[in-house]
Design a protein. Structure first.
Length: 427
């Protein structure tokens, strides 16, 4: 499988910094990928339950598609040898074939044709099907004025898929059209990798779930809904919600340990900075975890934590919603996709054009929410920036089509500058 790390484009790959120091975005992403070990367990599921799952083994066609030579049109099956000389030609209708009929038991008599319908088997001695619109019927006879080509309107057995041909590869995500192909080949079930179990932990004494009353100083937990909704859209992920945990290291350590015993990856939100009430690092240590990434040269998301709880991937995301989204999509999600066994771990980027001006500090990669406002003359999206500076703006995220990458060496972004754009898809 091609499991190469996909880092944000146009970033310099720099040596890893010492523990506790700020490291580049692509180094952080590579460290997260190196921790992720693809799941190995598999299961067989029916096609109707396989959408979004990750294929475990290559699939070779057990037969041909089409299964037999069949008509691509409603019309008349004939032999070109019966069209001697110059037209027009008259042929007698010697029979009728519809979809679901068996092939004609006998060969056509000389000078005859068969009325045939789309999908019906074409007899072996017929070498063309003439569309009904291109001939004139007169009683039990047809008149042709143009000679058809050899093989015209005949779908040959195996012209779509040959028997033994490789049709899907391990690590492919099964989508409706791929499942239709498997159904067309007669397969009723498929072997897939088991779902990745992802534990979500929300940290913060101030958090309440939507619908609960707020006391002074409390806020609603939007990050749980953000990540839960994004992960729920992934057919290969199973989310286990460990709820809200108060800002007490011992409580967090207990929940981290519980999550690590039943999950493949643990994601926490909040408590990742260096304040007196940020306890993720202490709790992870108490739970026996190890940190590989503690600070990343990115905005938002600098205090991102990446580490391990035994063999389990740990991602400690910052608590502000924009920072949660960016660190999840840029660092955590590619590693989770590798863990799930996807053939391609990284998410795609596309070229776009700035429609805004923005001054930024040099040295940090910045990810800003943007929406498309149109296309330039090359067909590239023109982007409008939706938030300037705050990593807690939910309204900007709600309007965003994606994020734009502002490279670390850029200090001024001007209209017309080329940027890298990533859609806020479902991963």
């Amino acid at each position: 499988m091609d499991m190469a790390a996909t880092s944000a484009p146009n970033l310099d790959l720099r040596p890893a910094a010492p523990q506790g120091r700020v490291i580049a975005v692509d180094i952080a992403a590579a460290k997260a990928l190196s921790i992720a070990r693809p799941v190995r367990e598999t299961e067989h599921v029916p096609l109707f339950a396989a959408r979004g799952r990750v294929l475990a083994r290559a699939i070779r066609a057990p037969g041909c598609l089409p299964v037999f030579d069949n008509s691509a049109m409603d019309g008349y099956a004939l032999r070109l040898a019966d069209l001697a000389g110059d037209g027009p030609w008259e042929l007698e209708i010697g029979g009728r074939l519809a979809a679901g009929d068996g092939p004609a038991a006998t060969q056509l008599a000389p000078g005859t044709c068969l009325r045939i319908f789309t999908g019906a088997p074409v007899p072996s001695d017929c070498d063309a099907v003439v569309m009904q619109e291109r001939c004139v019927r007169d009683g039990n006879r047809i008149v042709l004025r143009a000679r058809p080509r050899h093989g015209e309107n005949i779908r040959r057995s195996g012209e779509d898929v040959r028997q033994g041909q490789s049709v899907l590869q391990p690590g492919d995500v099964l989508r409706p059209l791929g499942l239709a192909l498997l159904a067309g080949l007669g397969l009723s079930e498929v072997e897939v990798l088991r779902k990745v179990r992802i534990g979500l932990v929300s940290t913060g004494t101030e958090l309440r779930n939507p619908g609960e009353p707020l006391a002074p100083g409390q806020i609603y937990n939007s990050n749980r809904v953000l990540l839960g909704a994004m992960l729920a859209a992934l057919g290969w992920a199973a989310v286990i919600d460990f709820g809200i945990v108060a800002d007490r290291p011992g409580d967090l350590a207990t929940v981290f340990g519980e999550a690590a015993r039943c999950c493949d990856v643990v994601i926490s939100t909040g408590g990742a900075s260096a304040g007196d009430e940020d306890h993720v690092v202490t709790a992870l240590d108490q739970a026996g975890g190890v940190l590989d990434v503690v600070k990343v040269a990115m905005r938002p998301g600098k205090p991102l934590k990446i580490g391990r709880l035994g063999d389990v991937l740990f991602a400690g995301l910052p608590g502000n919603p924009n920072a949660t989204l960016v660190t999840f999509q840029q660092i955590a999600l590619p590693a989770i996709r590798r863990l799930a066994g996807l053939r391609v771990a990284g998410l795609p980027w596309m070229s776009a054009v700035s429609g805004f001006d923005y001054a930024k500090p040099a040295g940090r990669t910045e990810f800003v929410p943007v929406r498309e406002t149109g296309r330039d003359h090359h067909g590239r999206p023109v982007l409008e920036m939706l938030s300037r500076g705050s990593s807690a703006n939910l309204s900007a995220l709600a309007l965003a089509d994606g994020v734009a990458l502002l490279p670390p060496d850029a200090e001024l972004i001007a209209p017309g500058d080329l940027l890298s754009f990533q859609s806020l898809g479902d991963g």
